[in-house]
Write a protein that binds this ligand. Structure first.
Ligand code: SAM
Length: 250
């Protein structure tokens, strides 16, 4: 096999087949997770912290019929971040907008453990997390309930035979467009030019979301009040330029 294993000897290919196909019996939505779910084993303290906090912040799909009710204080808006990694952007945004309820999705255990610790340390009560395929959550949300969906530095899957694993594809765009309210934003950032072009093509072909850019700075500059993400910092350190795309639901 040509795929290089990481330090743990795990390849994306091996993990791809681990969970097998799963379907949400209520919505019929298939889960399609293609990345790693576990990295280095958590240290004992991290594992204990994750075990304590996941029950406090994890949402149940069954509760999504009334998503605002998941928050102690009824939020003015709801937002979703897909694949939050270590949660740096999610935590910063939730602290900046305490009247918005944030759903953060991340199936990678190590990222979730880190984010949960930061959510607790920041005393945030406007964040709920989900540790599986974001498509499962999107399919359960009522239509037109989200003000924003962020997909920041998604796994690029550069090889042609893996392109179908990219999160931006017609069925997921259907789910995103359905969950956004009219005027709501889908924001995408990437340092992979091919995935940027791919996203522009897929969203244009889909038709429900319009690119908001009027000038080059709109896609060259980060989004307003942008705290950055860990992958973005890595990309910058390696000299790679990012592109920021915002699409509005009509
Ligand atoms: C390249 S990382 C970027 C993490 C973070 N957004 C950042 O910029 O630092 C992409 C993340 O998306 C997550 N991911 C992959 N497929 C996903 C899916 N179907 N639903 C939710 N998250 C997913 C991965 O576990 C991974 O942590």
């Amino acid at each position: 096999m040509s795929v290089k294993p990481d330090a743990d000897g795990i390849t994306n290919e091996t993990v791809f087949t681990q969970a097998g196909p799963r379907r949400d019996p209520q919505t019929g939505q298939m889960a399609a997770l293609h990345g790693r779910r576990v990295g280095k084993p958590l240290r004992a303290l991290q594992a204990a912290s994750h075990a304590r906090l996941i029950g406090r912040y994890r949402l149940a799909l069954a509760d999504l019929a009334d998503p605002a009710a998941l928050f102690a204080t009824p939020p003015e808006d709801l937002a979703l971040e897909i694949g939050f990694g270590g949660g740096e952007h999610l935590v910063a945004e939730a602290a900046r907008a305490p009247r918005t309820g944030f759903f953060g999705v991340e199936p990678f255990l190590n990222g979730m453990a880190r984010a949960l610790a930061d959510i607790e340390a920041a005393g945030l009560d406007n964040v709920r997390v989900f540790d599986d395929d974001a498509a499962l959550l999107l399919a359960r949300l009522p239509p037109s309930c989200l003000a924003r969906v962020d997909l920041l530095y998604p796994d690029p899957w550069p090889k042609r035979r893996h392109w179908r694993r990219r999160f931006v594809r017609p069925d997921n765009l259907d789910l995103i467009a359905r969950a956004l309210r009219p005027g709501g934003l889908f924001r995408f950032a990437s340092d992979v030019p091919d995935y940027v072009d791919w996203t522009l093509r897929e969203v244009r072909a889909h038709g429900a979301l319009a690119w908001t850019a009027a000038r080059a700075d709109d896609w060259r500059r980060p989004f307003p009040a942008w705290p950055g993400t860990r992958y973005e910092a890595k990309a910058r350190a390696a000299g790679r330029q990012a592109t920021y795309l915002a699409f509005r639901k009509g």
